[in-house]
Design a protein around this ligand. Structure first.
Ligand code: GLN
Length: 490
């Protein structure tokens, strides 16, 4: 079936409900596409054909018995940071190359309980550290729109798999932009929910106060369907919110009359690439023509997000990654001379360069004598960044901006220059520091490459964000464009 326009989640669920296809057929089709096309893209680390077909047959049986869950038979992929019971979960690191978890992440379990079928685990930056998917132990993933370019990161495999039509949707995680930036660079829709909206249990920790799981799919409607199944309180994660989960799909129809969209002045000034700016303004113009009001807002401390994040995230990472010691699980070096040698060589061999850099920065920032100068200052800055957003939301309902400073860049272009790579996150990091929900939707491409518009909402107002994105996607069809590499007629 390669070459057909990939179907959306809602179309596939309808086809399943009406009996026009079986879950087994859908899953076989996904597996065939992955087999045929993923050699060039490298969006999967592990494909679970046997498990997926078993789950698909079970979904078909449930449907025949009239007991089908809301997502019964829908093939999806999980970022390889989510633990999957009995299925290798590597976090794209040599350290966890041999790790088979004894349980599944709550998010994975909830999607499975709703009937979704896991076809495999997607490529990513090692331990979710990066913006290009180039730090993966399993080799870079490529952007289906141009195989010489990166898909973004760290959830690059999920974004590329959806963009290439290999799966209709995939999970991702976002610590500083890792759902939104790859969604933007691959021309799909991706939502990072409010911190605490989705359980972090079984999601391998990078920076625990920032990490949040979410959904990457073709449309806002598809994200709404899957987020509803994935979100909600988990007694096993003390940071998971008790806030009730609304029916996100039903909320797509909410009245957006009088919607006020805030445009942070510094994001739309001369520092923004003018061609990107034109496309974002055109998209916002569509919403304005339907009654939305565009209002200037200020986020005066947002320029401090990169320095604050790149202290806090490595600090948390350095403590989270201390558990990989070659003793309990993960990579162990051969023939250690003594315990010290076991620790150091296992970690040196198991972690790649970017992960080691973060551990070093984090350990330094947390060390006695530097703690006040770095970690404490960064925490204070975080507070200011968050307050700016809360102040802005006094006068607007959502905030709009670029997702990334440019389109997909070439493989190798930034990977040896971490500071340039970190600039990719300038529009996304503040959202994580403030714990807010945000999504990226594709707007008009630039030179054949996707461009994303970022929409940021108040805490727990995912429904409104999805409704605004859905309204835009009813007016335009950029989200349905297919990359040439997927074999479709664009
Ligand atoms: N690019 C950012 C980083 O490298 C964000 C990563 C993420 O959100 N997981 O840390």
């Amino acid at each position: 079936m390669a070459g057909e326009t990939p179907s959306t989640v809602s179309q596939l669920l309808e086809a399943l409900e009406r009996g026009r296809c079986s879950a087994e057929e859908l899953v076989r089709d996904c597996l065939a596409r992955i087999e045929a096309e993923d050699g060039a893209v490298n969006s999967f680390i592990t494909v679970d054909a046997v498990g997926a077909l078993t789950a698909a047959r079970a979904a078909d049986a449930e449907r025949a018995a009239g007991r089908a869950g809301p997502l019964a038979g829908l093939p999806i992929a999980h970022k390889d940071i989510f633990c999957t019971d009995g299925l290798r979960t590597s976090c794209a690191s040599r350290m966890l190359d041999n790790f088979v978890p004894p349980y599944s992440a709550t998010a994975v379990e909830r999607l499975a309980a709703a009937g979704a079928v896991t076809v495999g685990k997607t490529n990513m930056d090692e331990f979710a550290m990066g913006s290009s998917n180039e730090t993966s132990y399993y080799g870079p993933c490529r952007n289906p729109w141009d195989l010489e370019r990166v898909p973004g990161g760290s959830s690059g495999g999920s974004a590329a798999a959806v963009a290439a039509g290999l799966v209709p949707a995939a999970t991702g995680t976002d610590t500083g932009g890792s759902i939104r930036q790859p969604a933007a660079l691959c021309g799909i829709t991706g939502i990072k929910p409010t911190y605490g909206r989705v359980s972090r249990l079984g999601m391998i920790a990078f920076a625990s106060s920032l990490d949040q799981g979410g959904i990457m799919a073709r449309s806002a409607e598809d994200c709404a369907l899957l987020l509803g199944a994935m979100a909600g309180h988990d007694p096993a994660d003390s940071t998971c919110a008790r806030e009730p989960v609304p029916d996100y799909r039903a909320a797509l129809a909410m009245d957006l009359g009088g919607l006020r969209i805030g445009l942070p002045r510094h994001w739309f000034d001369a520092t923004l690439d003018s061609a990107i700016g034109e496309r974002l303004h055109a998209a916002l113009g569509e919403l304005e023509a339907r009654g939305a009001r565009l209002v200037d807002v200020d986020l005066p401390n947002n320029h401090l997000s990169i320095p604050a994040y790149y202290i806090l995230a490595p600090a948390e990472a350095s403590t989270n990654l201390a558990r990989y010691d070659g003793v309990r699980y993960g990579h162990r070096c051969a023939d250690p001379a003594d315990l010290e040698d076991l620790y150091t060589r296992s970690r040196e061999e198991g972690f790649g360069a970017e992960v080691q850099r973060r551990i070093l920065i984090g350990t330094y920032a947390l060390s006695a004598g530097y703690y006040d100068a770095y970690y404490k200052k960064a925490q204070q800055t975080r507070r200011l960044i968050r307050q700016d957003y809360l102040d802005a939301f006094e006068s607007v309902d959502v905030i709009a901006g670029p997702t990334a400073p440019g389109t997909a860049f070439r493989l190798g272009e930034k990977v040896d220059d971490p500071v340039t790579m970190y600039q990719e996150d300038s529009y996304t990091l503040g959202v994580n520091l403030a714990g807010l929900p945000a999504l990226s939707v594709p707007v008009e491409p630039l030179d054949g490459l996707p461009v994303g518009l970022q929409l940021i909402g108040r805490h727990f107002e995912e429904a409104r964000l999805l409704a605004v994105a859905h309204r835009y996607q009813q007016l335009t069809d950029w989200h349905l464009r297919e990359p040439p590499a997927a074999g479709g007629a664009a």
